[in-house]
Unconditional design. Structure first.
Length: 600
């Protein structure tokens, strides 16, 4: 093995090393320390494909990766032998030269094919196996580039010319809707394909008759993790490898390590027995604490994406410029404000689907004038609270609210107020805290629809929803907000307030994940259970509410048996935003009239 070489090549750096095997000069990297992990890339790719996951993995293990023959800086084999069996022998000899006799092996696409064949032919070498969209079944469809390379009319041309436009087209056809094919990726793939001998080597590889070895897959004895994008066909490894574990990533195509690096890295860590990455709430782009890998990597759980217009990281610098306080709870950091007279009764305010804690500003001002203390906060995914990587279901939001009152050591009792979706969270929270809840106020409450309207169904459709959120999310959000309030001035004020916080990375993901995970429909039982607790209840509803129409008021009253209900004329869905003074006065008067049980 030779040491690193000084080179003017832009793809050679201080980690690059070279060695000779079978007459081929092999480019490889060896980084980190700990149990060795070999990474094998796919066809038409290079070891740089693993850059997004290596930085994290090398903190726990020694990561070894190489440019396979025909690709990258390694280039063509003199004998033009690109059978899988030849690749397996080549990799085994490479590992022997490194002095490695047992290690973990991970491969993507072609690299996965080589990896599982290595586990079959050299079982003593492979301690644990990770297959990422691996090939090897005969029914697997071919990528566009391989189809072109097999076309007898195109082959002579492709041996002489590999334009960047063709590389870009192939990349776009290979990835899922969440992946942005940017110019640096196109430039890298084009540059690698145009290195001396690589175009012809790729065509030779594409036209090599590969034996069907899928019958040997059942012989694999190494503990195996199967990572599969739901857009990839011809994947039966979980079925055929005894004791294997499969994780399916929604919206992920062929280039898995580059499309979903966080999910792939965390899954590999879990499979290899490394501890989960510690929460890095103040430094990672999406700063919420991730759940356990088994939850985060659910087949229904697409990766967090950054939508168009999301250019504000949630980090200490961003948060230092904000009013309010921050506390780390069990699922992440929460932005909150606990304000008002120290001796006032506490009013705990829970917001709806899209809004940050600033939504309550008008109401809070008037409640303080009435001598009441207030606790407002931004739910996960909203405002400047964390964007978390797990399910955005009701349990997440109830847990956040419950954690918050426990963490802040608030008074022994409080008034709970919930608006829209926040009303459902408040009702569920009441089941846990009814002994501490002095009263319950619901404003334009949700929960009585029969199903999602067509726009929501489209926005929560796998693959389609993330694409819409990523590219059209801000436009759709503004349209939704315009129907929540009644006057143009309020539309502008509401849109400015909400959309300003949707500059934070991961906001649109969180919104669509909530629409997908939170159960908004047919929640009569939740209301009925709350009504049985006998908590003094106030209902306030906008007469012109187009989101949760006031026509449901009689049904809500029958279930909750509230002490007082009011319909506010000329008001839309956002009662506390449209009529903050009236909302505060009505609530304060209601609180004052509650008959309290004397404290023994």
């Amino acid at each position: 093995m030779t040491a690193s070489e000084t080179h003017s090549d832009p793809y050679v750096d201080e980690e690059s090393r070279f060695t000779w095997i079978d007459g081929v000069r092999v480019h490889f990297k060896r980084e980190g320390s700990g149990p060795p992990l070999l990474l094998l890339h796919g066809s038409g790719s290079s070891l740089q494909a693993f850059d997004p996951i290596v930085a994290d993995l090398k903190t726990s293990c020694e990561v070894i990766r190489l440019d396979l023959p025909a690709f990258g800086l390694t280039g063509p084999r003199p004998d033009r032998d690109y059978r899988i069996e030849a690749y397996v022998s080549f990799v085994a000899e490479f590992l022997s030269g490194l002095g490695l006799d047992k290690l973990n092996v991970a491969g993507n696409s072609l690299g996965g094919n080589i990896a599982w064949n290595l586990a079959v032919e050299h079982p003593q070498l492979v301690q644990r196996l990770i297959l990422m969209n691996a090939t090897g079944y005969p029914e697997k469809s071919l990528p566009t580039a391989l189809k072109m390379a097999r076309n007898p009319l195109l082959r002579p041309l492709l041996r002489r010319w590999a334009p960047s436009g063709a590389a870009e087209q192939n990349l776009r056809s290979s990835v899922g809707p969440l992946m942005v094919v940017d110019q640096p990726l196109v430039d890298r793939v084009t540059a690698m394909m145009n290195r001396p001998g690589n175009r012809s080597a790729f065509i030779d590889f594409a036209n090599t008759d590969q034996a069907d070895r899928s019958g040997h897959i059942t012989e694999i004895a190494a503990p195996t993790l199967v990572l599969r994008g739901d857009l990839i066909d011809g994947q039966h490894f979980h079925r055929d490898i005894p004791g294997s574990h499969e994780v399916v990533l929604a919206g992920v195509g062929h280039l898995m390590p580059e499309e979903a690096p966080a999910e792939v890295g965390e899954a590999i860590r879990s499979h290899l027995g490394f501890p989960p990455r510690p929460p890095r709430n103040e430094s990672r782009p999406f700063s919420g604490t991730s759940p356990a890998p088994s939850q985060e990597l659910s087949s229904a759980m697409p990766k967090i994406y950054r939508a168009r217009g999301e250019n504000l990281p949630l980090n200490p610098d961003t948060r230092s410029r904000l009013r309010g306080s921050f506390v780390e709870l069990s699922d992440g950091i929460t932005h909150y404000e606990l304000t008002g007279p120290d001796d006032g009764e506490l009013v705990f305010l829970l917001g709806g689907l899209t809004v940050p804690l600033f939504y309550w500003d008008g109401v809070v001002e008037h409640l303080h004038r009435r001598g009441l203390r207030t606790l407002t906060y931004s739910a996960y995914g909203r405002g400047y609270s964390d964007r978390v990587a797990g399910p955005y279901d009701r349990e997440l939001f109830v847990r956040q609210a419950h954690d918050l009152v426990k963490a802040l050591d608030v008074p022994k009792s409080w008034h709970t107020v919930g608006s829209s979706m926040g009303a459902l969270t408040a009702l569920a929270l009441l089941q846990r805290t009814h002994e501490q809840t002095t009263s319950l106020t619901l404003l334009g409450p949700a929960g009585f629809t029969e199903g999602d309207p067509p726009p929501v169904r489209l926005a929560t459709t796998p693959n389609v929803g993330p694409f819409l959120g990523k590219h059209l999310g801000q436009f759709l959000l503004r349209g939704h907000l315009s129907h929540n309030v009644r006057t143009p001035a309020q539309v502008r004020a509401l849109t400015d307030m909400v959309c300003d916080t949707y500059r934070c990375e991961g906001s649109m993901y969180a919104l669509l994940a909530t629409l997908r995970d939170y159960d908004f429909h047919r929640q009569q039982d939740l209301y009925r259970q709350a009504g049985l607790l006998g908590t003094p209840t106030l209902l306030l509803w906008g007469e012109e509410d187009q989101v949760t129409p006031v026509g449901k008021l009689p049904e809500v009253k029958a279930l909750l048996n509230p002490q007082l209900s009011q319909v506010i004329a000329g008001c839309g869905h956002m009662v506390p935003f449209e009529y903050p003074e009236k909302t505060a006065v009505d609530m304060a008067d209601f609180f004052a009239g509650i008959q309290r049980t004397p404290t023994p």
